[in-house]
Design a protein around this ligand. Sequence first.
Ligand code: TMP
Length: 205
Amino acid sequence: MQHSIFIVLDGIDGSGTSTHSKLLAGFLSLKGLKIYLTQEPSNSDIGNLLRTYLKNDKIPASTDALLFAADRVLHFNNDIKNKLEEGYTVISDRYLESSIAYQSSQSEEISVEWVKTLNKFAGKPDLTIILDIDPKLSLTRKHHKVLDKFEDTSLLEKVRQVYLDRAKNEEYIVINTDDIIEIVQANIQEVVIEKLDQCGIQIKN
Ligand code: TMP
């Protein structure tokens, strides 16, 4: 029997990964679980560098792929793994599927296989949920005026397709997020409760 699980919410910009990660963390805390909520890019020096690179379209896509992988391997091995061992249920707002979808969509030279290889030292989540939305709608949810380099409808169409293809191959649950927040969150909670149950992790009623 497992005592903690590693959950990831992933999806295109504006799909609601941050909002729903926070809401899920709150819900699971109320259900009596110890929760560690985290995100990628992480808070490491590499993560901070990546955040500045999100504003810079001169960075080669391969550099992005390498740095996101370096950040992830560090994040998993020095942070997430320890929290899981301490019995925390870990929720990460974005993880490996972000690199697969975004970096492989940035350049034809970047294959899904290469991104997977770069990330082979980052542990696998127990549950990945893909939040899906039409990019035309998702970008209208962005309140800041200066968009990051990936916040572009035609790029996000490609990124979305990679997420959906990966979801099919890896049997990830896809949840559509153009419904109201409460309904989307209830759908996410249902999937997570089922997974916790399968893993023998009990929660309060
Ligand atoms: P966010 O903090 O608003 O989710 O933005 C993070 C951005 O970084 C988002 O556009 C997706 C992108 N990203 C990648 O391209 N590759 C990755 O591996 C990760 C974690 C994020």
